[in-house]
Design a protein around this ligand. Structure first.
Ligand code: SF4
Length: 333
């Protein structure tokens, strides 16, 4: 089984409840950004640009917990900024677990080894570690010499203590696919539980940088990558890989992974911030979901949004028995 058993159970129960309630649009993953401060300044990061005037603002633990409960998604992806520098990260993770939510803690792992005693190695917590290549490439992308070695030490320490660890690798224009395969071989030898890959696509805050892939390039790259990474425990679902390889058209499900940060609920999505609303209800009601994600909005043209649990892909599995069985088989065998 790829994912923790408890995560599978809560997800299946949650999806069944939505299906029986006849809901077409519902949140699956809350993207929670308690702060935007970071100890790195990565090449592809938009947050340090978009929120430069409020980079030191933080949400309180109470605000974070109330946002998670207002939204109600079974998974919370705690991201940022760098969540391990959030002063009350322990209280936040414990509070989310007390709400019976599953936490993906998205980290650059610079502080992971030191932070481990704050947490318990239970299946409700998965460290999702950002790693974009082997040593030279990764250190260059995150602009921090020595980062790669720290990430590897952090992963080793977390696995030795029994934590769930997955990695998240972004594929840029210049990424060499052979290097990704070598990286996965190394991660597999470290007994990482899962590996996520996603294309770097241009979006508003970083549109001026020539490091991103357009849809056609994504399709070519991922077709090759898919065949070369079969032997590794990829956590990208088969349906999401269909989107990436062009076997089916990507469908925006921005409502499935709403983003909350110190400014409010970001609308429409993790990538575009046209507005911020103070309540989740406002985000749901005031965002024009029929406009975003269509050809009418040029900023959506190259999007293949992923958040670890791609709502578009997961929700497809509830609509079509064949996709449901395919995903189930992929997950369990
Ligand atoms: S398609 Fe557009 S609205 Fe949907 S997630 Fe991508 S950028 Fe956001």
């Amino acid at each position: 089984m790829r994912f923790p058993f408890s995560l599978n159970v809560s997800l299946i129960k949650y999806l069944a409840r939505q299906k029986f309630a006849g809901r077409e649009k519902y949140p699956l993953v809350t993207m929670l950004e308690p702060l935007h401060t970071c100890n790195y300044g990565c090449e592809g990061c938009g947050r340090i640009v978009e929120y430069r005037n409020s980079i030191t603002e933080m949400m309180s633990v109470e605000e974070c917990l109330s946002a998670a409960s207002e939204c109600g998604a079974p998974i919370v992806s705690v991201c940022g900024g760098e969540p391990l520098i959030y002063p009350k990260i322990k209280e936040l993770v414990e509070g989310l677990q007390a709400q019976k939510r599953h936490v993906y803690l998205c980290t650059n792992a610079h502080l992971l080894e030191k932070a481990l005693p704050k947490f318990k190695p239970i299946s409700q917590l998965i460290f999702s570690v950002h790693l974009d290549g082997l040593e030279k490439t990764h250190d260059m992308i995150v602009k921090f010499p020595g980062s790669f070695q720290r990430v590897i030490s952090g992963i080793k320490a977390a696995k030795a203590k029994g934590y769930w660890v997955c990695t998240n690798t972004t594929i840029y224009k210049e990424t060499q696919l052979e290097e990704v395969v070598q990286l996965f071989r190394l991660l597999h030898s470290l007994k990482v539980d899962g590996m996520l890959i996603a294309p770097a696509y241009s979006y508003e805050a970083v549109a001026d940088r020539d490091i991103f892939l357009v849809k056609e390039e994504v399709r070519k790259r991922f077709k090759r990558l898919q065949s070369e990474t079969r032997k590794f425990p990829l956590w990208n679902t088969p349906i999401y890989l269909d989107f990436l390889t062009g076997k089916r058209d990507f469908r925006c499900a921005a409502w499935g992974n709403p983003t909350r940060n110190p400014k409010g609920w970001r609308s429409p999505c993790y990538l575009i911030a046209d507005s911020h609303y103070q309540t989740y209800k406002e985000l749901e009601e005031k965002t024009d979901w029929n406009y975003y994600g269509t050809d009418q909005e040029p900023r959506c043209r190259n999007c293949m949004m992923h958040c670890g649990f791609e709502p578009a892909a997961t929700i497809e599995t509830t609509r079509n028995l064949r996709d449901g069985l395919r995903t189930l088989a992929w997950n369990f065998f």
